[in-house]
Design a protein around this ligand. Structure first.
Ligand code: HEM
Length: 175
């Protein structure tokens, strides 16, 4: 019987995964709405609040991760797969910060403050900057596409463990 992830790890994993899928999808839907309608503005706000929530959860998750042990890889896993898995997990941690931060700084560069749930004005760390705005918009887009590719690889690897290797790796992260 393999060691499982703790309940804390499982909650962080699936809560953040769910929020990322929802925020990513909303990002695509809202930017497709033509003009500047009230619905579009509402979706932009929801997107920003969800993105800031992901950033906060990612910070808590990283603190937790740096202070805990995680289950070892199965002994059947070759060294290159262990390195690939660790590298991909590191990249996913990096993107959990880089994606929301790029959206945050893009919003500030457009001269728009981020007001969390319409209640709490978050720090305005940079001034409005019309030259930087299109650059950060592209950065937010391409970091998102990198995250899409990394998540697709992560899901494919989990399915390979489940369906081909049948080594119980996926089950360790299931509630
Ligand atoms: C993990 C968190 C996030 C994900 C997965 C995400 C994803 C996306 C995606 C897929 C788009 C559409 C890009 C396009 O088609 O051009 C987008 C756009 C956008 N995001 Fe995010 N985002 C996140 C966090 C944030 C945060 C924290 C903010 C700001 C506080 C933000 C602000 C924006 C804005 C303003 C746009 C519209 C870009 C435009 O003007 O066209 N995002 N996001």
């Amino acid at each position: 019987m393999q060691e499982r992830y703790t309940t804390t790890a499982i909650v962080f994993h699936w809560l953040i995964a769910l929020l990322i899928v929802a925020t990513f999808s909303l990002g695509l839907v809202m930017t497709d709405i033509p003009g500047l309608t009230p619905t579009k503005l509402k979706y932009f706000s929801w997107h920003k609040w969800a993105g800031v929530t992901i950033l906060a959860l990612a910070a808590l998750r990283l603190l937790w991760r740096l202070n805990s042990r995680v289950p070892a890889y199965p002994s059947s896993m070759p060294p290159w797969q262990r390195s690939a898995a660790s590298g991909l997990h590191g990249l996913l941690y990096l993107l959990m910060f880089a994606v929301p931060l790029s959206g945050y700084f893009y919003t500030l560069s457009a001269g728009v403050p981020v007001v969390y749930f319409g209640l709490l004005k978050l720090p305005v760390l940079i001034d409005a900057n019309p030259a930087l705005k299109p650059v950060l918009k592209e950065v937010h887009y391409w970091l998102n596409m990198s995250m899409l590719a990394a998540v697709a690889l992560h899901v494919a690897a989990a399915l390979k463990h489940q369906l081909i290797d049948r080594d119980g790796v996926l089950k360790r992260m299931l509630p």
